[in-house]
Design a protein around this ligand. Structure first.
Ligand SMILES: Nc1ncnc2c1ncn2[C@@H]1O[C@H](COP(=O)(O)OP(=O)(O)OP(=O)(O)O)[C@@H](O)[C@H]1O
Length: 245
């Protein structure tokens, strides 16, 4: 794995190194983001390699969510260049950004963003339904994913009948249904208690290996870091030294 300067490899980096010859899943060069007078991010250089589980850590207000939004093509940078799967994004229209997002990137939001009136299966199928009708094969795939994340027997439960950990698992299955190359998870352990933190991270790690999906997380949670292949630390919108746990 090619480490960028100012970053630190973590246990498990061997998994990512095997895939490091290919173009990065995401490449940022000199990326900055300003909101009016606020410089949320400045001069970010980052390659996310296929197979990585990368943590973005840093204090509140350091720019973690802003960086996730740029990596996930939810927002455009003010300066610098972003490539996704080797393709520059600078010239993409809003529709082009959305298409690239839908085809390549899955999201696990902190509040899970499940639709309350839909059961687990229909929540997982939602990203496919937004693009048209779903096939029997896709429904079977959604069922398999729900089983894989430990929700066999819960396919027809609505979110309000599930625990927080179960809701998160539905959100993880939904993030994977369109077979993305990259999944972005914002503070995935923030609402979980101790046992569930490790269960969730073990699940992410298993999916990272079995589905060959690259994960980028933002986290404040030290317990989650041992599952990562790498972390970068943000401070006032700049990448500082890697994590020195
Ligand atoms: N839409 C916005 N408009 C104006 N300022 C913003 C906006 N989004 C973020 N900021 C500012 O950019 C900086 C970085 O915010 P960001 O949310 O990325 O930090 P963070 O590290 O994710 O924080 P937290 O851990 O509290 O979620 C902060 O100063 C924040 O106030």
């Amino acid at each position: 794995m090619k480490l960028e300067p100012r970053e630190t490899a973590l246990p498990g980096a061997d998994i990512a190194s095997a895939a490091s010859c290919a173009a990065p899943v995401v490449r940022l060069r000199g990326v900055g983001k300003t909101y009016g007078q606020i410089h949320a991010l400045a001069d970010i250089h980052l390659d996310v390699q296929a197979g990585e589980m990368l943590a973005i850590v840093g204090p509140s207000g350091s720019g973690k969510t802003t960086l996730l939004n740029l990596i996930g093509l939810l927002d455009k940078p003010s300066t610098g260049a972003i490539e996704v799967l080797g393709e520059p994004t600078a010239c993409l229209s809003a529709a082009g950004y959305a298409r690239r997002r839908q085809s390549s990137i899955g999201f696990v939001f902190q509040s899970y963003n499940l639709i309350p009136v839909l059961d687990a299966l229909d929540n997982v199928l939602l990203p496919l339904r937004l693009g048209g009708r779903t096939s029997a094969a896709q429904t079977a795939q959604a069922r398999e994913l729900l089983d894989e994340v430990g929700l066999d027997g819960h396919h027809h439960k609505r979110p309000d009948r599930m625990s927080g950990g179960q809701r998160q698992r539905v959100a993880i299955a939904r993030a994977l249904i369109a077979k993305p190359s990259l999944v972005i998870a914002d503070e995935p352990t923030a609402s979980l208690d101790g046992g569930n933190v490790h269960a969730a991270m073990q699940l992410f790690q298993r999916l990272n290996r079995t589905h060959s999906v690259t994960f980028v997380f933002s986290t404040h949670d030290e317990r989650a870091l041992s599952y990562m292949t790498r972390s970068i630390r943000l401070c006032d919108g700049h990448v500082r030294d890697g994590d020195k746990r």
